[in-house]
Structures are given as C-alpha cells and as structure tokens.
Design a protein around this ligand. Structure first.
Ligand code: ZN
Length: 304
C-alpha cells in the first residue's frame, strides 16, 4: 500500500524545496515560504522555514507573511499558486474525500427554491405586493431593486423572504441574504456557505474607488461602492483582500450601536499600505446606516 503521507511530503518538497522541521506525530512540516523569498528577491528560499504545513488537516500558514499577505489557507490554495499542472493533479488524487465533498458543495450554491425577481413575477400576487411594500417602507427604490438584483420567494425553506444574491468576480453566485418580510423567529436565514469564506458581491466592487464598509446588506443599498461584512466583525479573507486590492480610501460605516467595533476595525486596518486611508463614520446610537439612506457625509468622525 502506498503511504499517502510519504507521497504528500514528497510532492510538497517538489513544489517548495527541501523541508526544514518535520513533526510526524503532529502531522506538521515546515518549508521556506515562497512568498517571503519572492519579497526578498531570492529564488531558492530564504532559509527561514516559516511556512508551516499541517498535512493531517491539509492547511498551511507562513508565520511571517500569513496574516499580512494571505499566505495561509487550505493546501489546495498553495498548490493553485505555486505548483505545476502535473503536481496539482497528483494532489487531487491524494486529497481526502471530505475536502472534495466540501468543495463540491461550494460550487453548487443556488438561489432559494421559488426565487423570482419582481420584474418576472405577477404584480397582483399577494406575496409580491407584500415583499415590494416592505422594500418601499425601507426606502428601497426600483433602481436599487434592479441594481442589486433583489427578488423574493414564497415557497420552500426560504418562503416569505426578500432575497439579495451575491456574485463573485466570475459572476457566480457565492452567497445570498434572505430576510423575512413577515414576523418570523429568525429575521435572517443564511445559505449553507460559511460567510467568512466569501466576499459579498465581490464582483461589483471597484477596487480603484473609495470603498464603504458596512454591516448589513440593507445598509449597502444606500452606499456607493459598498462591501458588506455580514456582521460587526471583519473576516480574515476580507481583511487580506482589502489589503491587497484597495487603492482608494476605506470608509467604515458601522451602525450607531456598534461604534466601538468600528473604532477597533479602524485600528486594525490603519497600517502598512492602508495607513491614513481609513475613515470612520460615527452615527447617533439609535441610528443605523440604512436609516440615513446614504446621508452619512456629516457623520465623519475625526480621529486625533
Ligand atoms: Zn511568508
């Protein structure tokens, strides 16, 4: 029988050069980090062995540049970036079945059963009227509905919810937000995708322009070039992507009751190449970004 660990370690050495430390009991092995080496202009590694791989969990991280340059994640990502086609094929063969299943699930995200846009549904259908009136009551115009491809469903697991789809840079559905317009135990029902593994509507972001960061999808309707954090805290993925791609300012627009979170986020982001490009909005405690319907200009908070 072929020892899969042996094959994987050999494959990793092919891609990354000779290993440094190898702790078989922990399933850990370290190599020179290719990103660190490239930063220093070295072709054959920097001799530091900062790239740590856990091959029983199939993840990697560089202790020097993992946080700042995103040199971390599932092993598949490492192979995508640094391996040849042939090496990637070998990895696919030894990759555990659970990981393959997870990836398949990701690919298969669909809009909820019964999803329809307002344009494509009968305007005299009672749920259509209710959903539409709900949006109107929150100041959402026909232009916004069109721009964000907002729809609803009246059947299935997500019945009686407004649905806001999210598309990635390849225009593939990567998430959706489903908010009830009737009183329900759960206002929001999330799709079966971890929200920290996607960037909401990444495909629509203009990285050259100022970016407005907000908590919820309903806030984003009223902001130019928004990114929704889907909560008060920022995911690792979003942090890394902002750091690598954002060229303009980043304006943090948290709700009035979450100013402390916004302030924390300000300090997390305001460093390195983003230094002095982060701005902060401070709303009255009882106000949400969506209440103001985009009128946030007078709420810039001056940080001394
Ligand atoms: Zn590194």
């Amino acid at each position: 029988m072929v020892d899969e660990v042996e094959v994987l370690v050999e494959l990793l050495s092919d891609v990354l050069g000779a290993p440094h430390q190898h702790y078989e009991s922990k399933g850990q092995i370290s190599f020179d980090c290719p990103v660190c080496a490239a930063e220093k202009g070295l072709e054959n590694g920097d001799g530091k062995g900062n790239l740590e791989i856990n091959y029983s969990r199939h993840v990697y991280k560089c202790w020097a540049c993992g946080e700042t340059l995103g040199t971390q994640g599932p092993l598949g990502k490492l192979f995508d970036k640094f391996a040849t086609k042939k090496q990637k094929k070998v990895y696919e063969l030894i990759k555990p079945e659970e990981l393959k299943q997870e990836e398949k699930k990701k690919v298969r995200l669909r809009l909820p059963q019964g999803f329809t846009t307002f344009k494509d549904s009968n305007p005299r259908f009672i749920p259509h009227i209710e959903a539409y009136n709900y949006l109107k009551s929150r100041g959402i115009t026909d232009e916004i509905i069109e721009k964000f491809k907002i729809g609803y469903t009246a059947t299935g697991d997500y019945a009686y919810r407004i649905v806001v789809p999210s598309y990635d840079t390849e225009n593939t559905l990567n998430y959706f937000v489903a908010r009830a317009w009737v009183p329900k135990k759960m206002k929001y029902k999330n799709p079966p995708v971890p929200k920290d593994e996607i960037i909401f509507n990444e495909g629509a972001v203009d990285w050259k322009k100022d970016i407005y960061l907000c908590e919820g999808v309903f806030d984003s309707f009223f902001l130019p070039n928004p990114i929704v954090m889907l909560g008060k805290k920022m995911s690792r993925l979003l942090f890394e992507t902002l750091y690598l791609k954002a060229e303009g300012n980043i304006i943090i627009c948290t709700d009035g009751d979450a100013f402390t979170d916004g302030f924390k986020l300000y300090h997390e982001l305001n460093g390195g190449k983003l230094y002095n490009k982060i701005k902060l909005i401070k709303l009255p405690a009882d106000k949400d970004v969506c209440d103001l319907r985009g009128q946030i200009d007078e709420y810039y908070y001056e940080i001394k």
